[in-house]
Design a binder for this molecule. Structure first.
Ligand code: V47
Length: 359
């Protein structure tokens, strides 16, 4: 073990990357504090003491979805109680409130709606851009882009161009789950394959849009599946440089249907964030999404290689429908206090990581 840590420390200090076998060995080791210290070293070399957050708002325009991912408590069918689709006016009202509260970003994702035409999404973006021109529109995922392409019988490139034209500014990192087929078969058999997620994401990057990448962990996957996931992301990032942040999402089990799912403890969450930081040498940012992690683990994660806490969020459904016991929203002051009490410097950023203000 000591030899492994020495090798990795030397690699981090010389800017070399760690291998898949080394990442797996880190997952299998029990020395959480040393893994965390190595991750903190990797982060400090890149990002110093700064921890980023943004003022944002989530809008989930519909929970209707033609897929039935077993990990998802948010998606509903048309026959289900609690299914909804927001009217454009409601979306605009939420966006207006966000803009008035100082938000710089709307984060918008939803289910794969069985009936809404592609024009709905184009009109939504265009109306939001007209009403709130200062809000960056970060919306959809590779899964939705693929769906729109099939819906309209257009190429992925054409769909991306139309969304960009309507106001799309970047994409969040959802839908990646675990990219390997064996796990995907169990947790999201109807969703596009991991290969397709990577292929669509590459096209989005080639069109000049930045995206994030996520990994849903703590259900039925093995450590080797996590390493394989990280490896595929690192290879794509080598080709495009289009990823901004990596976000490990801790699985929330309530109201889900994953047979044998484990759930995520604090040790596993911190280890996964730390190893992501060490392994993904070509990602600038590792985000601790406090909604899924809880506030205390997200705060401790700042000593384990993390340099981003996401944002104010305001109205969160995907994690809370699955039992997340974090708050629905955090204020800018609460985020700053969390970061400061971890001994770090809070910096408000915009979606593209331009620094807006240090606190
Ligand atoms: O793709 C669904 C995950 C994702 C559960 O890019 C679950 O900045 C935990 O991608 N337990 C959507 N996770 C959320 C997402 C995201 C969130 C915050 C920031 C960014 C970003 C992206 O949520 C889905 C899926 O992987 N998810 N169900 C669950 N039960």
């Amino acid at each position: 073990m000591i030899r492994l840590f020495e090798t990795i420390r030397a690699k981090l200090e010389s800017g070399a990357r760690i291998s898949d076998a080394e990442a797996l060995a880190l997952f299998e080791c029990n020395d959480l504090l040393t893994v965390g210290e190595l991750a903190a070293l990797a982060n400090r070399r890149r990002n110093g003491d700064k921890v980023y957050f943004n003022i944002n708002r989530h809008i989930n325009y519909t929970n209707l979805c033609v897929n039935r991912c077993t990990f998802c408590a948010f998606c509903k069918g048309e026959e289900d109680e609690g299914c909804y689709t927001l009217a454009l006016n409601d979306i605009l009202a939420k966006a207006g409130e966000a803009a008035a509260a100082g938000a710089t970003e709307l984060h918008m994702v939803g289910g794969l709606h069985p009936e809404l035409p592609f024009d709905f999404y184009l009109e939504m973006l265009a109306a939001l851009r007209a009403d709130c021109p200062r809000l960056h529109l970060k919306a959809f995922t590779a899964v939705e882009i693929d769906y729109f392409a099939r819906l309209t019988e257009q190429s992925v490139e054409q769909v991306i161009a139309e969304l960009q034209q309507a106001g799309l500014g970047s994409m969040p990192g959802g839908g990646a789950e675990i990219l390997g087929a064996r796990v995907r078969e169990k947790i999201c058999p109807e969703k596009i394959s991991g290969e397709r997620w990577l292929e669509v994401t590459e096209k989005v990057h080639r069109a000049g849009l930045k995206t994030n990448a996520t990994m849903l962990f703590g259900h039925v996957e093995e450590y080797a599946d996590r390493v394989d996931h990280l490896a595929r992301l690192r290879r794509l990032q080598d080709r495009t440089g289009g990823f901004q942040a990596f976000i490990p999402l801790a699985f929330q089990p309530d109201n889900t249907r994953v047979p044998g799912a484990r759930g995520v403890g604090g040790v596993d969450a911190l280890k996964t964030l730390a190893i992501s930081r060490i392994y993904l040498d070509n990602f600038r940012h590792i985000k601790a999404y406090w909604v899924m992690l809880g506030l205390k683990i997200a705060q401790v994660a700042l000593a384990f290689g993390v340099n981003d806490l996401d944002g104010t969020v305001v109205e969160e459904k995907i994690g809370h429908d699955a039992g997340a016991d974090s708050p629905q929203a955090l204020s800018k002051e609460q985020l700053c206090t969390l970061i400061r009490k971890a001994g770090r410097v809070p910096v408000e950023r915009d979606t593209l990581y331009r620094e807006l203000r240090a606190y």
